[in-house]
Design a protein around this ligand. Structure first.
Ligand code: UDP
Length: 417
């Protein structure tokens, strides 16, 4: 199969941990690689966000990343990219030329728009089946972030429009299917394929980084308020009250070098909170860590805490599980599918530092339980979340879309945009 991926802001080649670089980048990179390994030819289109980027980067024999000129060649926050989607689509269609792909797969709602524009160009005389993965939904973001949501207003109608117009949708967890249904999207065209985890990189084999205190709690991710890292800091004094005070909280993530990190408002907020609670010597902000260094960090932790307000999927818990580390997870979104309560970790209600502290006290006080949850997590990650398996599920959705297209099914609401 000849597959085009469009990932407008999240390049598979970007460094991770910055405000707009996280799970989607990992997902697009790993899924594309797994599909290429299965014999497909994959081209990933992303917006050129730096002048020095080459037009094409060959990543493997059948995998290539194309930097499309759309707007200025510099970083633009993803919520400001909407006006550039027409240009991005033009660049993609131009690159296709006469060699159109069998499917085009949009990642995030804006790439979905670009995919639809490129795939159904008026007068082009062709239609390419469009598959869409949203990664995050505006309805959910608005519900949790309210006035703080910086998404463009048009997302309110364009995102459901993408959902209605795409030939097939791949949801990453069951919670997302309910959300899509509530947006008025026909569930018969939705398949579920989760995100995966790189099992060669993330495993129990290999050294663990040294840790400065008896216990280490780990938080990994983009440093944005909705990831709820402040809740873990607030849990530390409660954990001390429960008798565990020789505990370090290591926070990994946040874009760029220490200068960028120091200027980041979320970093300042978190450091301010740690200072206010007298925890400055126990809370370490590590900044951005390259992928290759992540497994050693995971293995050094007693537990990983994922405490977002909401989470479309969440690859970090899978990485922790693959490294055999138990996860304390807010019972929201994708985390309810990946982390099994009292099976591979412990669920806590969202935005609840007391519950995080109790769960951590349970794990730190019972190493046998922690080890058992870690072992089960590793098994679960290996048996269900390999990227190969995700690629097989994704391929099924592509084949269905192609079969429906060749049977002449025209999406009923194709004009909804
Ligand atoms: N990550 C990383 N280095 C960092 C911070 C994060 O490699 O400094 C990776 C992390 O290991 C995970 C991804 O970024 O693979 C974050 O994905 P997740 O789905 O958990 O969150 P998202 O960013 O999509 O909200």
């Amino acid at each position: 199969m000849k597959i085009s991926m469009i990932s407008e802001h999240a390049s598979p080649l970007a460094a991770l941990g910055g405000v707009d670089a996280g799970g989607q980048n990992v997902h697009v990179a790993a899924l594309s690689e797994a599909l290429a390994k299965r014999g497909h030819t994959v081209t990933v289109y992303t917006r050129r966000d730096a002048t020095e980027l080459p037009a094409r980067v060959k990543v493997g024999r059948r995998l290539e990343v194309v930097h499309v000129d759309a707007g200025p060649a510099c970083h633009i926050p993803k919520d400001e990219l909407l006006p550039l989607m027409g240009e991005l689509a033009d660049g993609v269609a131009k690159d296709w030329g006469q060699r159109r792909p069998d499917v085009v797969h949009g990642h995030f709602w804006m790439s979905g728009l670009a995919a639809l524009y490129a795939a159904r160009r008026e007068g082009a005389g062709y239609q390419v089946p469009v598959i869409q993965t949203f990664h995050a939904l505006g309805t959910v973001k608005r519900r949790h972030q309210g006035a703080e949501d910086t998404s463009p207003l048009e997302r309110r109608w364009l995102e459901p429009g993408v959902g209605r117009s795409a030939d097939r949708i791949i949801a990453t967890c069951s919670d997302e299917v309910f959300e899509l249904k509530a947006m008025g999207i026909n569930t018969s065209k939705i398949s579920i394929a989760p995100c995966g985890v790189d099992l060669d990189l993330f495993s129990t084999e290999g050294p663990a980084d040294p840790r400065p205190r008896r216990h280490r709690i780990l938080s990994v991710g983009r440093l944005v308020p909705r990831k709820g890292v402040d809740l873990v800091i607030r849990a530390l004094p409660l954990l001390s009250e429960a008798g565990f005070d020789d505990v370090e909280l290591l926070i990994v993530g946040g874009g760029g070098d220490s200068k960028v990190l120091d200027a980041d408002p979320e970093v300042r907020r978190l450091l301010g909170l740690a200072e206010e609670l007298n925890l400055s010597d126990r809370v370490t902000l590590q900044g951005q860590v390259p992928r290759a260094a992540m497994p050693g960090i995971f293995r050094s932790a007693d537990a990983v805490v994922c405490s977002p307000w909401y989470e479309p999927f969440g690859i970090v818990p899978l990485e922790a599980m693959a490294c055999g580390v138990p996860v304390v997870a807010a019972a929201v979104g994708g985390l309810r599918d990946t982390v099994v309560d009292h099976g591979t970790g412990l669920h806590v209600p969202p935005r609840d530092p007391e519950a995080i502290a109790s769960a951590l006290a349970l794990l730190l006080g019972d190493p046998a339980l922690a080890a058992e949850l870690g072992r089960a997590g590793q098994l679960r990650a290996r048996s269900r979340y390999s990227w190969d398996r995700v690629a097989v599920e994704t391929e099924k959705a592509y084949k269905l879309a192609m079969a429906e297209a060749s049977a002449g099914r025209v999406p009923m609401e194709g004009a909804a945009l």
